[in-house]
Design a binder for this molecule. Structure first.
Ligand code: HAM
Length: 433
């Protein structure tokens, strides 16, 4: 029989990695609590129509799409946003706004596998729905900043922009939505020349091309200053000026929060997902040129799904990439040490007849909250202790006939290599000391 492997792009998390994954997830949940985002759990499988509505060509072409046995076109979710928007457009329709909703789980995209890029990966996702105000956008930035910090990252930076700047120009130049989206896809991949050619072939003005060419050059971390320069540059395009003012307001609020946020404004920044209407963001770390998170404002998705017009802004973080960055920055070890497992006890019966007693003592300790492993390999005492020692367990509780007659067992401190006879009712005390 062939040797089984994981399917391409899929991978196993061994205990250390699984622990790091759950650590990041735990921190994300803590951030959700602090910012009051309530967790919802949505299905992994959704209708293709819902998922593809505004996903953009790139994500659409990479979906795990199939027909279920009922003949429905369904897909594995390539993100959370569509599912959350569906809920708000339907079940939550009449609930008071704003909504702050958090999700975490596995996501599927048929991407080309490479470092930090998988076909099954994990996201933590936050959506703030019901507010069009800049403080909502600022909250999404600050929340991401909090998450990166509490997860243990030492160095990271935001790239921010506003899709309304580009869209404003292209709309005023009368480019239809479909062409606009194609331009955004190219800009997202930094294929600027192709993007310009496409715009040019749509018969735009000379000013338009010149403005776009200058825009993609405009970036910097003196954010309010860059925003002012963007506003100046797009002066001929009313909606674009409005968009840059909006970005200015958002960034001004972030600065006023006095949080230490490392941001760069990139005027030519676009994202592949098609639903964005406003501020957009991505997070990067110095040694990885892949985004650790991305998001932005999308004010029309919920009405597109049949809900009431509901402005919204949100962000998703790539947990796998966060783990990678933690490992790169040597923060993973520290992080894992901090979440080190509590002390563990091995319970070993000296002979087979004492297995029942061993189970009873194990259960007593577990009921008191101590984690216990029972020796299930039937090994000799010395072997079992050697193995427990190698795995850095703290204590062994040895169930012997002679001690048991006195209602006692032997408790061995594995690190100190000392042992004593302890009454069964005092074992808990002994392994906690
Ligand atoms: P996204 O930028 O497509 O946005 O994905 C968010 C994050 O997921 C990325 O920044 C990256 O860290 C991670 N990611 C994406 N693809 C992969 C992959 N193949 N392997 C590993 N990690 C990956 C969204 O998904 C939007 N729904 C975010 C959003 C929420 N916008 C508004 N609300």
């Amino acid at each position: 029989m062939a040797e089984f492997k994981t399917v391409r792009g899929m991978r196993d998390f061994l205990p250390e990695e699984a622990r790091l994954l759950r650590h990041v997830e735990g921190r994300a949940r803590e951030v959700a609590r602090l910012y009051r985002y309530r967790e919802i759990v949505t299905p992994v499988v959704e209708s293709y129509e819902l998922l593809s509505a505004k996903a953009g060509e790139e994500v659409k072409s990479r979906m795990f799409l199939f027909k279920d046995l009922g003949g429905r076109d369904v897909a594995l979710r390539p993100e959370f946003t569509a599912s959350v928007a569906r809920l708000v457009a339907t079940t939550l329709r009449n609930e008071p706004r704003p909504f702050r909703l958090f999700s975490v789980g596995s996501i599927y995209r048929y991407d080309e596998p490479q470092r930090g890029r998988y076909r099954e990966f994990w996201q933590t996702n936050y959506e703030l729905m019901g507010s069009s105000r800049p403080e909502a956008d600022a909250e999404i930035l600050l929340l991401t900043n909090s998450l990166m910090q509490t997860a243990g990252l030492k160095k990271f930076a935001f790239k921010v922009g506003h899709i309304g700047v580009l869209r404003g120009i292209l709309t005023q130049e009368k480019l239809v939505d479909k062409v606009q989206s194609a331009v955004m896809q190219l800009m997202d991949k930094k294929q600027y020349e192709d993007a310009f050619r496409l715009v040019e072939s749509a018969g735009v003005s000379e000013t338009c091309i010149l403005t776009l060419q200058k825009l993609v050059e405009l970036k910097g971390n003196n954010v309010l200053d860059v925003v002012d320069r963007v506003a100046e540059l797009v002066g001929d395009y009313e909606k674009s000026v409005e968009a840059s003012r909006n970005l200015g307001e958002i960034l001004d609020l972030v600065l006023k929060s006095r949080c230490d946020v490392d941001m760069t404004v990139d005027a030519g920044f676009a994202r592949g997902l098609e639903y964005y209407t406003g501020m957009i963001l991505e997070v990067y770390v110095p040694d990885l040129d892949i985004a650790l998170g991305g998001g932005g404002r999308y004010d029309r998705l919920i009405e597109l799904f049949g809900g009431d017009p509901t402005p919204a802004v949100g962000v998703a973080h790539g947990v796998d990439r966060l783990m990678l960055a933690l490992q790169e920055q040597k923060a993973a070890q520290r992080t894992l040490r901090e979440t080190e497992e509590e002390r563990a006890v091995l319970v070993v019966p000296i002979k087979e007849e004492l297995r029942g007693e061993a189970l009873r003592v194990s259960q007593m300790l577990r009921n008191a909250g101590v984690s216990v492993e029972l020796e299930v390999m039937g090994r000799k005492m010395a072997k079992a202790l050697e193995d427990a020692d190698r795995r850095k367990m703290s204590y062994a509780v040895i169930i012997g006939e002679r001690e048991l007659k006195e209602g006692a067992v032997v408790v061995r401190n594995l690190a100190k290599r000392v042992q004593s006879t302890v009454k069964i009712e005092d074992v808990l005390e002994a392994v906690k000391s």
